[in-house]
Design a protein around this ligand. Structure first.
Ligand code: ADP
Length: 643
């Protein structure tokens, strides 16, 4: 019953800890963790919100920048020839390339190869005769005729054509040096330098290429001619050259004299050529617009005379450069993404000048927020753990206190029940005996004596019970005091046996007492030790049904005094041997009720023995009797009072 109660209270305590402490503590931890997370999230949101506002400013800046680029393209065609407008436009708009248009919207640079123009030499007799001489393979005559014409012609196209004829005839007649000299002389500063052929090609440039072909690479003139040709190709302000010729000659120079082939405008020329091949150049509106060429965008000048071309990557890097100046934080990357491209973070439309584009920002380094959040979470979690630990400790203390209270209550109830029951039995039997004696009008002496002895037995039993209750009560209230004095073991044994004399000398009971000679005295409370032996002897009598053989021994072993109380009684199962020393524990309650007892005797024995610095144990087997053994230290310090 007691064990059952203890188990139940342990379960209740565990349940209380689980429900009352652990569950709320777990919830607190969870809430704290969650709070830390949402704080981090809201910090991130605040930053995001601040940057979204920033994005609007950046969009305005992007719009302004593009408007300024378009404005810079305005009127460029008025200030120079188309090639010069081409380079000016690329520079002014920071573009990859540009198309220069005429007033009707047709591309004039880079133009497609011009349709052959009418031959300016037709119908001129001196031209006819030079051509006839050349056809007749009179190369010397023809060269002289061409030379005359080149010298006299004022028209640049005709002068260049004549010089070209002369050089051709000199080359064909094997006069290479004369041809080279003529190339040098005829196209330097003379009207022929700007002359074109019927395809619109600049004759001077073609002739310079011819000179390169005529020369060996090691010739000292080669480098200077190559340099001059490269300079002509890079010159967009001089005599206008069609783009196709320029690109062709750039390729030739690259092959013949790679070290001279430094053509910064070549990528712009190539992009413009690709653009024009994809379709006619159509001016757009004032914003950046997609073109027929994938990944290429156009920006048209307000006067519709120039179209600046941009690759997507150029737009992106331009915008990143422009906007980087306005980006206040290094931990945020601002980017501009073309239509359809996934943005790297929070994004808004890039504005009127970049339709379809987006400006976005991404937090490059989220570590500061995450670190702060992590630190906060750690603090919260530790705090939570501290709270949980404190709560658990408090819970354990509270649980123990409650359990102790419950035990005390149970103890009180048990004691009350035991007292009332155990006192009732001897009192009732004494009353019965007394009533029987009183009813007998002429009682005989023998019977009277027998009854009085019975009453005396019950009286003794009652006294023992009351003594045990009182001792127990003192122990429980921590009031039990022992008066220590030099005590002879024989005196303890004698007084215990004397108190039990009646029962021990009764028929069917044999008592053997063995006291080793020369036993030392012990420092002890004699009455308390007598109580120990009395309780053990009482039990030996109670739990030995018939033919009791009880042996009391006192001897010394290993510096300790030992009392043995041995019986041939019912014995005790080994699993019960520890429990019998607990308060109110009885192996068999029914039997205990018959024999009288309330389960306090052995607990009192153990308490007294321990208080004297000793120990008590039992050796027993069911049906084979029991031996209770008490060890006591022989010489504790003199005059000591043990509480
Ligand atoms: P009680 O008043 O019931 O005797 P005790 O504390 O003296 O209480 O003993 C506790 C229990 O131990 C007893 O109820 C009994 O079951 C068992 N016990 C004690 N002494 C003996 C013994 N000598 N032989 C068999 N059982 C014993």
């Amino acid at each position: 019953m007691l064990r059952l109660n203890r188990d139940r209270s342990s379960w209740l305590l565990a349940l209380f800890l689980l429900l009352g402490v652990l569950a709320p503590s777990g919830s607190v931890l969870w809430f704290m963790n969650d709070a830390a997370r949402s704080q981090a999230e809201s910090a991130r949101q605040r930053v995001t919100e601040a940057y979204r506002e920033q994005l609007r400013l950046l969009r305005e800046r992007a719009d302004d920048w593009w408007k300024a680029r378009a404005a810079a393209l305005d009127g460029l065609t008025l200030s120079g020839p188309p090639p010069s407008a081409f380079t000016a436009a690329v520079k002014a708009a920071s573009a990859d390339s540009a198309i220069v248009l005429d007033a009707k919207g047709a591309a004039i640079y880079p133009s497609l190869p011009a349709a052959p123009a009418a031959d300016p030499t037709i119908g001129r007799p001196e031209w006819d005769s030079a051509q006839s001489l050349e056809r007749a393979r009179d190369l010397v005559g023809a060269a002289a005729a061409w030379e005359r014409l080149a010298r006299t012609e004022r028209d640049p196209n005709r002068a260049a054509r004549a010089a070209q004829g002369q050089i051709r005839c000199l080359v064909r007649s094997g006069r290479r040096d004369a041809a080279l000299a003529s190339i040098q002389r005829r196209f330097a500063g003379s009207p022929a330098a700007a002359g074109r052929d019927t395809d619109g090609r600049l004759i001077a440039a073609d002739e310079q290429l011819l000179a390169l072909h005529l020369l060996q690479r090691g010739d000292p003139r080669f480098a200077s001619i190559a340099r001059r040709l490269a300079a002509t190709l890079n010159d967009y302000d001089g005599p206008p050259m069609v783009s196709a010729q320029r690109l062709f000659l750039m390729g030739e120079v690259r092959a013949l004299a790679p070290e001279m082939a430094n053509f910064p405008w070549s990528p712009a020329e190539l992009l413009a050529e690709r653009f024009l091949e994809a379709g006619p150049a159509r001016p757009g509106n004032s914003s950046l617009e997609a073109t027929g060429l994938g990944g290429v965008w156009k920006l048209t000048s307000p006067d519709h005379r120039v179209i600046a071309l941009y690759r997507s990557a150029t737009v992106v890097s331009l915008m990143e450069r422009v906007l980087a100046g306005r980006n206040p934080s290094r931990s945020v990357r601002i980017s501009v993404d073309p239509p359809g491209a996934p943005s790297g973070g929070e994004a808004i439309a890039a504005g009127a000048m970049l339709p379809g584009w987006q400006i976005s920002f991404a937090l490059l380094d989220a570590t500061p927020w995450e670190d702060a959040a992590r630190r906060r979470t750690t603090t919260y979690v530790w705090l939570g753990f501290a709270v949980v630990a404190a709560t658990v400790v408090a819970g354990i203390f509270a649980g123990q206190f409650l359990r102790r209270q419950a035990q005390l209550n149970r103890l009180k109830t048990d004691l009350l029940a035991a007292v009332s029951h155990e006192l009732k039995t001897p009192l009732a039997s004494m009353r019965l005996l007394v009533e029987t004696l009183l009813e007998d009008e002429r009682p005989n002496a023998l019977k009277t004596r027998e009854y009085l002895e019975l009453i005396d037995g019950e009286n003794l039993r009652l006294t023992r019970l009351v003594e045990n209750f009182l001792t127990f009560s003192r122990i429980e209230r921590n009031r039990q005091r022992f008066e220590l004095a030099e005590t002879r073991p024989a005196a303890v044994v004698d007084s215990a046996i004397a108190a039990m004399r009646e029962r021990l000398q009764a028929p069917g009971c044999r008592l053997d007492v063995e006291l080793s000679p020369g036993l030392p005295t012990v420092l002890a409370d004699q009455d308390a030790l007598t109580t120990v032996l009395l309780n053990l002897l009482d039990n030996a009598c109670k739990y030995t049904p018939a033919e009791k053989r009880i042996r009391v021994r006192a001897y010394q072993e290993n510096g300790r005094l030992i009392f043995d109380v041995e019986d041939n009684g019912i014995g005790i199962a080994s699993r019960e041997q520890k429990r019998i020393f607990r308060r109110f524990y009885q192996v068999d309650r029914r039997l205990a009720r018959e024999t009288g007892g309330c389960g306090l005797g052995l607990s009192i024995v153990e308490f007294i023995v321990r208080a004297h610095g000793g120990e008590v144990k039992v050796e027993s087997r069911p049906g084979a009797g029991s031996t209770f053994r008490v060890w006591l230290p022989c010489r504790p310090a003199a005059g000591e009072t043990v509480a």
